[in-house]
Write a protein that binds this ligand. Sequence first.
Ligand code: SAH
Length: 224
Amino acid sequence: MNASEKWNLQGIGMTSQRTRNRMVDRLKEQGIENEELLTLMARMPRHIFLDEALSHRAYEDISLPIGYQQTLSQPWVVARMTELLLTLPERPKKVLEIGTGSGYQTAILASLFDQVISLERIAGFQPKAKERFQALTLNNIQLHHADGYQGWDEKAPYDAIVVTAAPESVPPQLLEQLAEGGIMVVPVGSGEEQWLTRVCRSESGHQSEVLESVHFVPLQPGLV
Ligand code: SAH
């Protein structure tokens, strides 16, 4: 069996191309404009990032459970965060992601940017995510079992940092590891009060801008 058959990459019924196209139509209605990103999301088999029992719901505009009390972010949130990275005058090359989870956001990033380093505190997520990247022949991803509060100093600075779980305030190590001219997208806050925040680093320091209200699982310290 080849990877495409094993993973049902193309999908059928509720996971088919038609369903993906409908998701993309909704993303456009919700204000996502970048054509390259929309084309990519129409192609990316989101259903393989979920357990089989849930895969038929993959293209609904909701977040979905992936185990360990974590969630795969809703399509709009993934699109919005990624689109913000595409607004820079120069396309980021090296991207740090905090919170690999299912690997869906990682796969989107790896399809657009040269190099993606993704950190995850729950080791149990990594084998599945790796298999999915292999099935999609994405070879530019490095996964590390590490605490995202610390970032990943070894490969810093990063042109872009994407945080897919919410800290109460932006971790200082991540600010330090952001390159000059770089962008960080991070949900900041706790409980029901979270705001998607864009931090840009220039010669003169960091500038933060609060965007939409969002709902992410909390960024948690320590490894599991
Ligand atoms: N982006 C992923 C997962 C979103 S859920 C997806 O769409 O599937 C948030 C993820 O962040 C979870 O996998 C959680 O374990 C991880 N996480 C939470 N705190 C973390 C930390 N301090 N360091 C690294 N990962 C963390």
